[in-house]
Every structure is written in structure tokens, then in C-alpha cells.
Design a protein around this ligand. Sequence first.
Ligand code: PLP
Length: 425
Amino acid sequence: MTFQYSRGFAHQLDEQDTLKDYRQWFHFPTNAQGEDLLYFCGNSLGLQPRTAKQSLDAELEDWAKFGVEGHFHGKNPWFHYHKFLTQHSAEIVGAREHEVVVMNQLTVNLHLLMVSFYRPNAKRYKILMEAGAFPSDMYAIESQVNFHGYAYDDAVIELQPREGEHTLRHQDIIDAIETHKEELALVFFSGVQYYTGQLFNIKEITQKAHSIGAIAGFDLAHAAGNAYLKLHEWNVDFAAWCSYKYLNSGPGNVSGVFIHEVHGLNEKTPRFAGWWGHKEDQRFLMKRGFIPEPGAAGWQMSNAPVFGMAVHKASLEIFHKAGMENLREKSKKLTAYLEFVLNFVQNHHPNLSFEIITPSHPEERGAQLSMLVKENGKALFDHMTQKGVIADWREPNVIRIAPTPLYNRFEDVFALGEIIKSFQL
Ligand SMILES: *Cc1c(COP(=O)(O)O)cnc(C)c1O
């Protein structure tokens, strides 16, 4: 499709957009005049669905009305509450229902998953991951290898982009797995890289990891609700994601976990246990001897944090209605338009110089584009903020912009272009 830089053209794309009405389902932050801000930060904290409050209120009311009896007699009995989230979570990541559970928070879950799936031995103890991973992942991995008695520099292989490049070449990832085939215990990548916006080829990374006898795990914080995923079919061993970025479920909210059924249905898969992962029909017998629920549910530890889950539930219902495939299709177009607009503006601006470091191929990125601004990046970012744009700044010189298909319009992208165009030093 050939794009045009005009408000009319952007408006026309919005008119043709079959998902355009979902924007009404969200609360937008406003400026002092009460006008909606241009929100491009759904990769960091998604906007609040208008249905969130009602869903949360329903549980507060049941608590008021039933007290402890709400576990069984509420409208959505809390005893089963996590189950209300599994079907729609499974749709989002391409899993079978029993391969998914919502519990805890993301970094906690990464640790619990590594307890099960990072099982180093004398020969195979190394982890391959991307350099410059999200800090929490680096710390989690560092403490895991230290916990097992290994030194980080020895046990962790960080893969760097080639000299002068910003993102990893897929073939270099595959080759690195081959190079270290005797010693890798785990290949651990993000789905979408938080800084560069690169979407990794999860299917082929998993295939290659398995071919040399390693486990493949993924942190999907920036991929869930953004990229089109088929974790079951791709035979991914494990994955986790948070619910507050593209999944719009509110600050610090619960995390989702995927455990492939080959591991999840195997009672012998080692894990740290708690009462909520115990076989459900025997949970209240309060007896010694842990017997796991089959599937990912057998990794639960504590009883469900219902209030956070109530908000997540409201959000997942929107994803279910809109459909991940439709969202991804719109997202590709919206991000392609953003790319076009940014390049257009740069070409028509006398002294603006930036590089989009996110891959240009639609299959190698999600919604986000990362602009590396060579000079005066912070001044440009401040100008955008002052004009009502919410985007995000990452030191030393990157502006991340993520138009999301649920609530961003093509016109928002055009409006952003006009604001960047008006930047003067
Ligand atoms: C956002 C993000 C996290 C955040 O972890 P929390 O435990 O939810 O604070 C972790 N990893 C990645 C890759 C992220 O993008």
C-alpha cells in the first residue's frame, strides 16, 4: 500500500478500520484543557479499559456481601478465579488452555520457571540470551546461575548485534546455538526486545534449541497482546508475560505463564509447590504430599489475587472480542504508517536526524518503533511531551513509540508527524 502524508489520508484509513470502535472502550489521559493526549506508551503501561472498574467493583461487592463465602458463592467464585482467565490468555499466546495459568508477577514467574527448566549439569549449564536484555531478566538470570554455583561470565552467553548494527540477525542466533551446542542448558530470549522493538523468530529459535538438546524459554512481556504467537505449535518449553503493557490490565498486575503440555502434564517435572497448585479436588484435605494439578495450573503457589485478576479479566475479554489475528493485522499497517510518517518528516526537516533501529520487516517487529536520535534527542522528546504526546525516552538517545491497534488511530500517527515536524532547536 502506498501511504500519503496527509490528515485526510490518515482519516480515510481510520474510516476503513474494522477495529476503530475499540478506542471508545478506553480511558485516555487528558491535558489541562481536557483534550485527549496522544498516547503511544501501550508498550509500557496500556490504557485502562472502561470495563475495568465494573469488573473490579463486582468482586468488591461480593466480598462485602458474602465475606469468605465469596470463594464459592460469589458471582465469579474466587476458588476458581484463575480459570476465568485461561481461555482468553491461551488465545493470546496460541496455547491449549491447560498450558496457561495466570499467577504472581512476571519476574517472580521467571524464577519459578527457571527452577523447573534451568537444570544445569556439569556439561550443560550455559544460558544463551540477547545482550542488553531487560534489566529484570539480566538480574534473574544472574542470580539463577550464581545460585547454581556458576559465574555469570562463564555461564551466560550474551549475544551482541554485529558491529555497527542495532539488532540481532536471526542466522547469528541460530549459529550461536550451534556453536555452543554441547554446553547450552537453556536458550532464553525475549519475544519482542523492549529497547529495539525486534521480534525474534520464536519458532525457529525453539526448533534449533531443541535440536541440540537445550530448553527454549521466552519472556513475552512485549510480545503478549502485540505479536501473533503460537506457543503450543512452536513447541516452546516455557514463557511468561506481564499483563500491564499491551494487555492493558493496570500497573504491576498479574502475569501469565505458559508451560508446554509435554512438561505440564508430567507430574515429575520439578517445581516449587504451594497449595493452589495441588490437585484441586484434594486441596482442602490439607494432607501431606504434593500432587500437582495437571498443566500449568500445577505451578500455582498462592490463592488467586482476585482484584488484580478482575481487571485483567475485563481486559482479556476485549482481546477475545477483537481477536488477536485482527489486531495483529491492523498493527502491522499502523506501524508501517508510523514508519512512513517518521521517514517523511525527517526528509522534510532541515536538521532532524534519526534512525529507526527497529527492523523494517513487519514479521521482525511488533507495534513499537525505536528512534535513535543522533542529536538533540532529549530536546525533541521534550518538545513532543510539551505538545501532548506520551511516548518514552530511553537513555542515552532512544525514543520509543508504540501505536497499539486497540486504541490508536492512523490520525494519531499523522498528528505525531506534525508535532515532530514543528520541532525547532
Ligand atoms: C516489563 C518487563 C519486565 C517487568 O517485570 P515485572 O516483574 O513485571 O516488574 C520484565 N521483563 C521484560 C522483558 C519486560 O519488558
